[in-house]
Design a protein around this ligand. Structure first.
Ligand code: SAM
Length: 310
């Protein structure tokens, strides 16, 4: 036995059947993935297995080299975002997966009315344009000029499950359109506004690329939407978690009685947004956590069923 070798049960197969048998054992949970498949010197392969399955023999195997630990990162459509500008870690990360085109680190925090971050490219292609594939849709977004969070994908699917055919939906803070295009799969019409010209441009392009024809992208301040539309929306999405409260008058004046407002709110205690709802016609409220933001702070969503005025 050489240094590091380990005895294990082995299945012997012809070389031509090696890959198919490896996949079968893997699917059955029998393959010992810590050990390397090896030739047996007679033109056959030995596959390490965890149990003495029929025909198994004992054999010596070398272990796989331990995988180097990858630095913590967030992956958004081919762009890996590191917390710190560590170039050595960035190169290692980029080399670890062909799907990672670029590794970046933020310069500062999410900031300004467009909720964007500046980035430094540390490794790979010198571009901050991400192509995000999400539940059959493709979103192309320049992360340096338009907000995008891949971590809201599950939340988008939750809302999609609530939408009824022919609904009229309003997305007040639509960005590049991930909520709008997702909900448009079932809704009749989605009006999608954003104040950032780059976001609206990306949304128009994303509608075209996904052949979506029932989203109306609007370059507009959400506070001014009541001047353009009546109280006719069945559902209103308010994804501006840092400062949604000033836009509540617009949301309530656009959502019909019986309709739903999804109010996203960055908070430190449960029910923190409830006092801001006093005086609005709310028939029912449910609150849930969407994602953590920083230690002790999280994005919550309040689903508000709009009541009649009286
Ligand atoms: N809903 C998008 C998403 O999930 O990717 C974007 C959400 S991002 C947190 C908030 C967006 O609201 C940004 O794209 C920003 O430009 C936009 N915004 C900020 N103030 C606005 C306003 N007064 N009216 C319309 N859009 C606004």
């Amino acid at each position: 036995m050489s240094v590091g070798e380990r005895e294990q049960w082995a299945v012997r197969v012809g070389r031509q059947d090696g890959e198919a048998e490896r996949c079968r054992l893997l699917a059955a949970g029998l393959l010992d993935r810590t050990l390397r498949v090896r030739p047996d010197g007679t033109g056959h392969l030995l596959l390490p297995v965890l149990e003495p399955v029929e025909g198994a023999v004992r054999a010596l195997f070398s272990p796989h080299a331990p995988r180097p630990e990858l630095p913590r990162h967030e992956l958004v459509g081919g762009i890996a975002i590191l917390a710190e500008p560590d170039r050595e870690a960035a190169e290692r990360l980029r080399a670890s997966r062909p799907s990672i085109r670029t590794v970046v680190a933020p310069i500062g925090h999410v900031e300004g009315p467009y909720r964007t971050r500046r980035f430094e490219v540390l490794a790979g292609e010198d571009s901050t344009v991400a192509t995000v594939r999400e539940h059959g849709l493709v979103f192309r977004v320049d992360l340096a000029t338009v907000y995008f969070s891949a971590r809201l994908s599950t939340e988008r699917q939750r809302l999609l499950a609530l939408v009824r055919p022919e609904e009229r939906v309003l997305d007040m803070f639509a960005g590049a359109g991930p909520f709008a295009l997702t909900l448009a799969r079932v809704a009749g019409l989605v009006v999608a506004a954003d104040i950032n010209p780059a976001a609206v441009e990306a949304m128009v392009e994303n509608c075209r690329a996904n052949r979506v024809q029932n989203v109306l992208p609007l370059l507009a301040d959400a506070a001014r939407l009541p001047a353009l539309f009546s109280r006719s929306f069945d559902r209103v999405v308010m994804n501006l978690p840092l400062s949604p409260v000033p836009f509540l008058p617009a949301a309530f004046s656009l959502c019909r009685p019986g309709g739903t407002i999804h109010l996203y709110h960055l908070q430190e205690t449960e029910g923190e947004a409830l006092p801001a709802l006093a005086g609005y016609p709310v028939a029912k409220v449910s609150e849930r956590r969407v994602r953590s933001y920083s230690p002790g702070r999280w994005h919550a969503v309040y689903d508000l069923q709009v009541g009649s005025e009286e």
